[in-house]
Design a protein around this ligand. Sequence first.
Ligand code: WQD
Length: 338
Amino acid sequence: MQKILVSGGAGFIGSHTVLELLSAGYKVIVFDNLSNSNRESLERVQKLSGRTIEFHKIDLLDKESLGKLFRDQRFDAVIHFAGLKAVGESVEKPLLYYQNNVAGTLNLCECMIEAGLKQLVFSSSATVYGDPESSPIPEENPLKAVNPYGATKLIIENILRDLYQSDPEWKIALLRYFNPVGAHESGEIGEDPNGIPNNLMPFVTQVAVGQREKLRVFGNDYPTKDGTGVRDYIHVKDLAKGHLKALEKISGEKGLHVYNLGTGSGSSVIEVINAFEKATGLKIPYEITERRPGDAATCFADVSKAKRELGWSTEKDLYDMCRDAWNWQQKNPDGYPH
Ligand code: WQD
């Protein structure tokens, strides 16, 4: 049985991926500093899967503890989710993001090399495309950082590319997520942002559950179908399954591979609101406000490469995403117990 080490496995995407790994028969060890996640997510994943997860509370910057983890046991691969991910916060605290995301990843790679492990799936982001000229966006698109968070993802991609150039024994997949939303159909695990949500879907679900008065729609004067921003929302369960396909791909062959993980189609903010109201029967009050600085008008993925090379494509639509996001929020109005 393959043993996978998952960094940040207690987080939103991490916990959903851990569940898919366990269900597929992998043995899973998770480390997480719990700075933006909750141990309860893994308790619930254990219940859902009927399998146990070995957990270690470790910070990527604690290289001593990280090294001990690799000295104490052998892993077949690493899936690296751990990282800070709030764009706005990264603009206010760039050094925190460079330390945590970039220096933390250097620690992880050095520990892997000391352990003789060279198989890694990295959680990257569509944010590395900057403000794309057009969509759908293929992996060959020019890359550009437009905020410190995006810069950390781009820098890590370049570090991993250089690492592979220096030692072709490495097997690496860089997965560029578009907009992950939704939750496992049980409603037991889901997105639990700290404080006021930056992202659209958790804000909508908090309006629906009565925690927020109304949604502010950031601009309706974009050159899009209804003037509001268009994004490629992908169900977190589809995203999780993409990680297993990437793991299979790199276990079979050396190399560095880059994949967009999205649906390949774009939905506007108004379309998300309408789909949410249809899926839940609830009304989402909203007001149109100014554009949010830095937002692109349209951003959705060309997903043909992942389909061709991984045999992966999404199965869930926007209605499923809204239904499942609401099911989680309704069952957990305050998120995980703190
Ligand atoms: C989606 C759309 C907003 C909130 C961000 C990060 C990206 C990735 C995913 C980590 C946009 C509109 C939003 C609100 C709104 N994260 N919106 N009212 O900006 O596409 O991507 O999250 O990797 O790196 O940049 O996602 O959910 O913030 O916004 O109108 O209260 O919803 O303008 O059009 P985004 P988002």
